[in-house]
Design a protein around this ligand. Structure first.
Ligand code: PGA
Length: 243
């Protein structure tokens, strides 16, 4: 695991975007694992800037998102499909058919999970997966639990996660209670994983996940088992790290 603490958030945004840009420059058809939430927004902004400056094209890139809420339409402003469109896809040259997000509106959610796993299998291994970390240690929507699922599955969102995400909705009770998420097994299959975190509110869980015991009650601790994890944090999130 390579852990890097940067002086400020903007430096993390630039450095994390550079990992994506350099990969795509070397491998134009790279498969990217993408995330939503507040964390990746700055990374995506820098990826858009690189495109606008002619440094990179996303024409042949394929993407898979980690998760999607169950029960809200893909064009709802709070869906992760809308998030990805607004924060990345509509500002770069990736054809929409090369972007994949679980469909949380399907009647048969189990079938949707199987379809998503098969699609990932058909496209091939994710080259680079970006992750945020939940305050409870979740990755994707793999919530703390005695057991974790390896494959894409439906999850009940914890009260803590719903609270963490409530600021995106007009009323806290509008936060969906369920989501579809890639499993921890699929996440760990990515060739490289880039974990990004900002702010003092993430410091304790980062220390526990990255230096504590590997344990399904802290899903991000399973990243310790992966051979190529890069962690990028601002000073507040990385205050515990002594190098
Ligand atoms: P955040 O969420 O990026 O909005 O902090 C991260 C997560 O919950 O995985």
């Amino acid at each position: 695991m390579r852990i890097k603490v940067f002086e400020n958030k903007h430096q993390v945004e630039i450095a994390s975007a550079s990992i994506f840009i350099e990969l795509i420059q070397q491998k134009p058809s790279a498969v990217l694992g993408l995330a939503t939430g507040d964390t990746p927004i700055g990374t995506y902004r820098e990826m858009i800037a690189a495109y606008q400056q002619g440094k990179v094209s996303y024409r042949y890139v394929r993407t898979f998102n980690l998760d999607e809420y169950v029960g809200i339409a893909s064009d709802h402003p709070n869906s992760y499909a809308s998030f990805m469109k607004n924060h990345l896809f509509e500002s770069i040259d990736i054809p929409s058919e090369q972007t994949h997000i679980p469909d949380g509106q399907q009647q048969d959610l189990e079938a949707e999970c199987i379809r998503y796993d098969e699609l990932m299998k058909a496209v091939g291994q994710i080259d680079l997966q970006i992750l945020g970390i939940g305050r409870n240690g979740h990755i994707g929507f793999n919530e703390p639990s005695r057991t974790l699922s390896s494959k894409t599955h439906v999850v009940a969102l914890s009260a803590e996660t719903r609270k963490q995400n409530a600021h995106h909705f007009s009323h806290p009770e509008q936060v969906p209670t369920q989501a579809i998420t890639m499993g921890v097994g699929s996440i760990l299959q990515a060739k490289t994983i880039l974990l990004v975190a900002y702010g003092a509110g993430k410091a304790d869980i980062l220390k526990e996940a990255l230096q504590g015991p590997v344990n399904t009650e802290v899903p991000a601790s399973l990243l310790q088992l992966h051979p190529r994890v890069i962690v990028m944090m601002d000073q507040e999130a990385g205050s515990w790290y002594r190098g």
